[in-house]
Design a binder for this molecule. Structure first.
Ligand code: GLU
Length: 472
């Protein structure tokens, strides 16, 4: 039985709390997905909070990039997103309440003083920690109107154990934590304070996030305890690593989900399925729909060790979702990649070509590339490989094919195949000796879908015209 199987239906509230960086990070997308699935699985709510306190980075485009990535991946959050910066007054109010309750105190130490303290700690090879110099000092010791920060009066004895839903029990000695700042001297809240106040006010019951935040949990819990707020359950999920085992970074390639969409032609269903499987498992199941994932998801299935990003696996899944996609919808996704605005009949042609194109494509780029021959204008420019196929007696064979195809009554794949085979037999050559030059003439390439499918898609007039162009 998993640690979360006794949760009352509808009681769960999770959140995703990204800091805007200009894109939705692939790791963030997975964190959001796990939060979404956990909430939905328990009939609860999944909330979104934009942690926009870094004013330089939190531009409107940077925020939009996150919302856009989430919508694209179907990471639909409940209600309006919360903006952290707008809640600064509330954060300060909680700091004041902690002061009043004696769980926080004013620290008047100057920057120079603290620098000297740290220099001494460094010299003595001690850990760099605030030494609590104002913890028990009366405010009256400070000069009138001197600037101060508000610090947490953190417990000094004992230890705290967090029963993390992924990591298991993790214990930290309180002696290792110092009295962190809650409110800066300009009255703005620190990140630690803001996160706790927001999570509490949003009613968050389960904090599911990257394990780079595990240490923060030990700093955040004392705030809950001081305020006598119900504590959330924590689940810290291992980060995603690159294929070389190192933490995912720029040099591993795409980091934002938008790059997977725009530059790699990945479908959202495929990326979502891939991210789900990256760090969570359900037996050997690889292809898991969102619906199925919602039914199965639990934190017990999240592994403790970092998972490695594998583009090949993602492309395999993408190929699956491309093959399963609706042809008309797929064609619409290809349109912006064609390089021109297709007419209505061209759109219809594109959609009808999907059935033969999609088994060959691992991403939308390949799919668009494969569809290119449909819209080339005559006479076709042949690429180098295709031109090579038209050397020797290929043109003579093409003439015979042209005559045979010209004579057929119904332009369907069976009739076309019978006609081409008859020419090969008649000429005493292998089918390939005809099919390859034919492919070159029809598509300008060495590779394409099956030649009869190509003929059927292009239609009688266009096919005969393209063949004739190469015989002349
Ligand atoms: N804003 C933090 C981040 O983007 C996440 C904070 C949290 O989940 O508690 O890493």
């Amino acid at each position: 039985m998993s640690a979360t199987s006794d949760i009352a239906a509808g009681s769960v509230i999770t959140r995703f709390a990204p800091s805007p960086t200009g894109f939705l990070h692939i790791g963030g997308a997975r964190t959001a997905l796990f939060n979404l699935l956990f909430a939905r699985h328990h009939g609860g709510k999944f909330l979104l909070r934009i942690e926009d306190t870094d004013r330089a980075r939190s531009t409107q485009p940077a925020i939009e990039a996150i919302l856009d990535g989430m919508r694209w991946l179907g990471l639909d959050w409940d209600g309006e997103e919360v903006y952290q910066f707008a809640r600064a007054q509330r954060h300060a109010e909680v700091a004041r309440e902690m002061l009043a309750r004696g769980f926080a105190y004013k620290c008047f130490a100057t920057a120079e003083e603290l620098e000297a303290m740290r220099a001494e700690q460094r010299a003595n090879k001690q850990p760099l920690r605030y030494d609590g110099r104002w913890r028990d000092r009366p405010e009256s010791d400070a000069a009138e109107g001197a600037p101060f920060v508000v610090r947490l009066r953190a417990p000094r004895e004992g230890s705290v154990t967090i029963d993390d839903l992924v990591q298991g029990p993790v214990t930290v000695n309180n002696a290792e934590l110092d009295d962190m700042v809650l409110l800066r001297s300009d009255g703005t809240p620190t990140y630690m304070l803001a996160v706790v106040v927001d999570d509490h006010d949003m009613g968050v019951t389960h904090v599911i996030r990257g394990d780079d935040h595990l240490n923060n949990a030990f700093r955040q819990l004392p705030i809950y305890r001081a305020m006598e707020w119900p504590e959330p359950r924590y689940a810290h999920i291992p980060l995603i690593h690159g294929s070389d085992g190192a933490k995912l970074s720029k040099r591993h390639g795409a980091l934002g989900v938008d790059a997977y969409r725009d530059e790699l032609g990945i479908l959202p269903e495929a990326l979502s399925n891939y991210l789900l499987r990256l760090g969570w498992g359900h037996g050997d199941d690889e292809i898991i729909s969102r619906e199925q994932a919602t039914e199965w998801f639990d934190l017990a299935g999240v592994g403790k060790s970092p998972s490695r990003f594998d583009l090949k696996k993602l492309e395999n899944l993408n190929g699956h979702y491309i093959r399963a996609a609706d042809d008309a919808q797929l064609a619409e996704l290809i349109v912006p990649r064609l390089g021109f605005e297709p007419s209505e009949p061209q759109r219809t042609l594109l959609a009808s070509a999907m059935a033969v194109l999609k088994p060959r494509a691992a991403n939308l780029l390949e799919l668009a590339d494969g569809a290119g021959f449909l819209f080339r204008t005559r006479p076709l420019a042949l690429d180098e490989g295709a031109a090579g196929l038209l050397e020797g007696d290929a043109r003579g064979l093409l003439s015979r094919v042209h005559a045979a195809l010209h004579a057929i009554a119904t332009w369907d794949t069976e009739t076309l195949e019978a006609a081409v085979r008859a020419v090969a037999e008649d000429a005493g050559v292998k089918l390939g000796a005809i099919a390859q030059p034919l492919r070159a003439a029809l598509t300008g390439r060495r590779t394409s879908p099956g030649i009869y499918d190509v003929l059927a898609l292009l239609g009688r007039e266009e096919s005969l015209g393209r063949i004739a162009d190469q015989i002349k």
